[in-house]
Design a protein around this ligand. Sequence first.
Ligand SMILES: [Zn+2]
Ligand SMILES: [Zn+2]
Length: 233
Amino acid sequence: MLKRILQAIYPATCILCGFPGAKDRDLCDACAGDIVENVSACQLCAIPLPEHADKQLCGQCLQKMPVYDSAWSPFIYSQPLEWIIQQIKFNSRLSYTRVLSDLMMSRLPVIEDKPDCIIAVPLHLRRLRQRGFNQSLEIIRPLAKYLDISVDNKSCIRKKYTLPHSGMDAKQRRKNIKNVFEFSNENAYQHIILFDDVVTTGSTVNELSRLIKRQGVKRIDVWSLSRAEKHYR
Ligand SMILES: [Zn+2]
Ligand SMILES: [Zn+2]
């Protein structure tokens, strides 16, 4: 009831174009249509492949399989998604995470084996204090609730403060991410979903998966909102 009254007084406007009365609350249909879907992705790492590519795996996975077991990433990291994510990260627009949760929610895959928990890639305490929230955690929370899977934000911490990855090549990224995380499997998880808002080269989720599997976790599915188009090798 209160929600209806509030909606009548303050009709939802699209966060991208300001169009009032957006049906999807924060994003109008036209702007939602501009978000690029990851329709033809590598079956293992979810990197976008050319459309109608007949191969199922990308060149990198054919050479060396990732440590994690599967990946799902419904969108490609490009405009206007990039702008929304940057607003969340650099302008602390926490309310925009809801749009991203909704976008993922409408494309959820069928889950055959329910995982023990979802872990969002953690931020270093210093960055968490700067931003006030971990955007990945906020994006994944509504999905976890819907799927009835618990979110674990205790078992994994980011102990080393790292420089932002942008501008680094794959080798520098791998070096930058060494010994960054700590994971303790006190709950004896066997199967988890690891979530990151954007997967670029995949080095962060791959290194983290290595660490997590060393603690006895057997299966890791990597979920991300969006995947960058190139491996940046
Ligand atoms: Zn719009
Ligand atoms: Zn791949």
